[in-house]
Design a protein around this ligand. Structure first.
Ligand SMILES: Nc1ncnc2c1ncn2[C@@H]1O[C@H](COP(=O)(O)OP(=O)(O)OP(=O)(O)O)[C@@H](O)[C@H]1O
Ligand SMILES: [Mg+2]
Length: 293
């Protein structure tokens, strides 16, 4: 399994002004999964994505990414885990503006001790895969929105992640371009078995996933409780291993550590439920880079 989360809480800020963005979220993402995360603005979707991607840490709860409990990792170890396991695609691309497409894509490989020449070759190959082999030396401002997003996807893929987290990847694109980006992500899921977790406001997009996680006020509300949401068993489970475990409705396996909500074998003990101690691994650029052009 790629990720297991049990009772995740994320509280921002201290004292009276604090916001509890996640209030006990449990889920599992399996290898090859394709999950859509939906819910109203402010319901905690991006906060959850940042945690699942190791960009931020929970205030409480247990989070296991690629078999490693993030609570046991220091910042450098978490960064390495992220680099080795996860690719991130944001709504506003987050490309370096003065840097060519190929060098943007090659960047995550810098931390791997790979030679510059080889990094460029690998990056060029991935850019070819997303249909941008002819735009290697263009800077972001010389690319269309859809092309920039494909560069961002290539950058997320160049490290060969097992999990791709995409937070409204089509939010800044027109519908045709958005569709081609979405199709690209889905092909990667099917062809390469990369697990895909996608935040979207678009119901039709969400319905294409193997299952949906519906968030409201910092919690997951079960798909069954939401009119129109698809239940996992309706959907073709495609090539993924066992995508349905996580929704927690599988009462047949009460002991399975991978279960959804209730399972919760190894909760992290009493380490305080408040935002008290570890409050601020500050997600520096994390949540608010919105401005993107
Ligand atoms: N760094 C932060 N400091 C304080 N509060 C925050 C911070 N980031 C998010 N929040 C608050 O946490 C809640 C959840 O935010 P989050 O960004 O996860 O929502 P979202 O579901 O992604 O919304 P949207 O659909 O608008 O992107 C919101 O009420 C938000 O104001
Ligand atoms: Mg968001």
């Amino acid at each position: 399994m790629a990720i297991e989360a049990v009772d995740l809480v994320r509280a921002y800020g201290l004292g009276g002004a604090s916001v509890t963005a996640l209030r006990g979220v449990s889920l599992a993402i399996a290898a090859g999964d394709y999950v859509a995360v939906v819910g109203p603005s402010g319901s905690g979707k991006s906060t959850l994505m940042h945690l699942l991607g190791g960009l931020d840490r929970p205030t409480a709860g247990r989070l296991v990414i690629g078999g490693r409990d993030v609570a046991a990792l220091d910042a450098a170890e978490l960064a390495r885990l992220r680099n080795e396991t996860i690719g991130f695609v944001f709504q506003s691309f987050h490309l370096l503006p003065r840097t060519s497409a190929v060098d943007n894509v090659a960047l995550p490989l810098v931390y791997r001790g790979i030679s510059g020449r080889r990094r460029r070759d690998l990056a060029a190959a991935v850019l070819g895969r997303v249909g941008l082999g002819h735009r290697l030396d263009h800077r972001p401002n010389q690319l269309s929105g859809g092309e920039q997003q494909r560069v961002a996807i290539a950058r997320a893929l160049v490290t060969d992640p097992v999990l791709l987290l995409a937070d409204e990847p089509t939010g800044n694109l027109d519908s045709t371009t958005g569709e081609s980006v979405l199709t690209l992500l889905e092909e990667l899921n099917v062809d390469s078995g990369v697990a895909l977790v996608l935040v979207t406001h678009d119901r039709e997009v969400a319905a294409r996933a193997h299952r949906q996680i519906v968030m409201r006020d910092g919690r997951i509300v079960t798909p069954a409780a939401v009119p129109g949401a698809r239940r996992p068993e309706i959907v073709d489970p495609a090539p993924s291993a066992e995508p349905r475990r996580a929704s927690g409705s599988d009462s047949g396996h009460p002991s399975g550590g991978s279960g959804g909500a209730a399972g919760a074998t190894g909760r992290r003990g009493g380490s305080g439920d408040g935002p008290g101690s570890g409050g601020g691994p500050g997600q520096s650029g994390g949540s608010g880079p919105g401005s993107g052009s």
